[in-house]
Design a protein around this ligand. Structure first.
Ligand SMILES: Nc1ncnc2c1ncn2[C@@H]1O[C@H](COP(=O)(O)OP(=O)(O)OP(=O)(O)O)[C@@H](O)[C@H]1O
Length: 306
């Protein structure tokens, strides 16, 4: 896979505050990457650095092989950006707004109608943006970011204000773009929805990158327990320690359901026992560590080192 963004040992200081400290990563094409972190972790600063809106205090950034902060940054045409707080001129219609951005990006205004259609705003194309709901403005923002079929899409909190159906169609658009080779970077706090969508997660804390990998890789590194729930037949409730063996603590969550936090080493053995002939188990439910739990784990680990 070809790289789209290369960040090497980048730091960014605002006065005494180090918003980003010695961060390195590469973002290949055709990947959806989640950039997560608490408020003030440095996510927006990283996006602004990639856009060339600010310069790094040290380190280097390449976007499609160019320095984004250089005067003539030709790769900008291949960049789409949705800022956290989209604001448009409320007197312009949806069509006029998008046509304005198309001119800025030197794209044909013929792109406007199909893009409005794509984000489900055709019906409101002739209405003033001032009358749009938050979700509609967000969709117009996405349409603006999609102008020119970008190879890099940087989206800051893109699903804020979207209802579940719109979120679904938003992620369908993202998946389609990714399939065509676009690198999509989603900066977000919505960890649960990112869990199913992002192939890779970069976790930031206080300006420092604390974890970077696929969900499976992060689970492997964190070695957090997998939560296993067993629905047990009445006959098995009396002698749980016997058929389950010495595999850690278990607790009864309600009636006939047992819950066990199995370490990565115990997991398979536990499932073997639970599904062995004669085991009084009627159903098994396996929940690997969620992105929420992994996020909390990596943040705790880094805070402990401070
Ligand atoms: N132009 C600026 N001048 C001074 N400090 C800044 C500037 N921009 C960002 N900061 C500071 O840098 C740190 C990182 O901010 P940044 O906006 O990158 O965080 P974030 O992870 O995007 O947070 P959020 O989730 O709240 O959007 C914060 O402490 C912020 O106050």
């Amino acid at each position: 896979m070809t790289g789209t963004v290369e960040i090497r040992n980048v730091s960014k200081r605002f006065g005494k505050l180090e918003a980003v400290r010695d961060v390195c990563f590469e973002l290949p094409e055709g990947e959806t990457i989640a950039l997560v972190g608490h408020n003030g972790a440095g996510k927006t600063t990283l996006l602004k650095l990639m856009l060339g809106l600010i310069r790094p205090s040290s380190g280097s950034i390449r976007v499609l092989g160019e320095d984004p902060a250089a005067g003539e940054f030709a790769a900008r045409r291949h960049l789409g950006y949705l800022p956290e707080n989209v604001s448009f001129n409320s007197a312009l219609t949806g069509s006029e707004t998008l046509a304005f951005y198309a001119r800025l990006k030197r794209e044909s205004s013929a792109a406007v109608a199909p893009l409005l259609e794509r984000v489900g705003l055709s019906h409101a194309a002739g209405r003033r943006v001032g009358t749009y709901s938050k979700g509609m403005r967000q969709r117009l923002g996405l349409a603006q970011a999609l102008l020119g079929e970008p190879r890099i899409l940087l989206l800051d909190e893109p699903t804020t204000g979207l209802d579940p159906a719109l979120r679904q169609s938003f992620y369908e658009i993202i998946e389609e773009l990714r399939g065509h080779g676009t690198m999509v970077l989603l900066s977000s706090h919505a960890l649960t929805e990112l869990e199913e969508r992002a192939g890779r997660v970069v976790i930031m804390n206080r300006g420092v990158k604390v974890a970077d990998g696929s969900l499976d890789e992060l689970r492997h590194i964190a070695r957090l327990p997998t939560r296993i729930r067993l629905k047990v037949a009445d006959s098995g409730l009396a002698d749980v320690p016997c058929w389950l063996g010495p595999l850690g603590e278990w607790r009864r969550v309600n009636g006939r359901v047992l819950e066990i936090d199995a370490s990565p080493d115990q997991k398979i053995e536990l499932l073997r026992r639970a599904t062995a002939v004669g085991a009084p188990v009627e159903d098994v439910d396996i929940s690997p560590p969620t992105l929420d739990e992994l996020y909390a784990h990596f943040l705790r680990s880094q805070e402990a080192l401070r």
